[in-house]
Design a protein around this ligand. Structure first.
Ligand SMILES: [Zn+2]
Ligand SMILES: [Zn+2]
Length: 137
């Protein structure tokens, strides 16, 4: 049974598919995710680039030196501004897709929180999840 996950930005200009199952999500509380999301964290599906395909539109790209010191490429819709996914410049084989852009994420749940040392005091972190002060090893 293979089911393709679909998603896209708010205005619909960017659409994509993920051709692998996703169950666990990771919340990132780094200061960059706070700025780009406009809220306390981003919640993401970490997938392999080979399982991801843009089916409509061309996302804009913003390159930023992350808290980790690495350059992170952030892809977003240039029309509506929705963040869609990000990718480390040094390891493009992995993609971090914004879970809120996935059409149906009802079977997914947050299993880990990263960069908790910069988490906002008002952000909820489920104590039952894995918590890391910075980047995963
Ligand atoms: Zn859009
Ligand atoms: Zn982050």
């Amino acid at each position: 049974m293979t089911s393709t996950i679909t998603g896209g930005c708010l205005c619909g200009a960017i659409r994509y598919t993920i051709s692998a199952p996703v169950s666990g999500l990771r919340a990132c509380h780094c200061t960059h995710c706070q700025k780009t999301s406009g809220t306390g964290s981003s919640v993401n599906a970490v997938i392999l680039g080979k399982d991801f395909a843009i089916t409509q539109g061309t996302p804009k790209r913003y390159a930023a030196k992350a808290d980790s010191g690495r350059t992170l490429l952030r892809f977003f819709c240039g029309d509506c501004g929705s963040p869609v996914y990000s990718q480390r410049e040094a390891s493009p084989e992995r993609l971090v897709v914004r879970a809120g852009s996935i059409d149906d994420s009802s079977a997914m749940k947050i299993v880990a929180n990263i960069w908790t040392k910069s988490a906002r005091p008002w952000s909820h972190i489920d104590p039952g999840t894995e918590q890391l002060p910075g980047n995963p090893a």
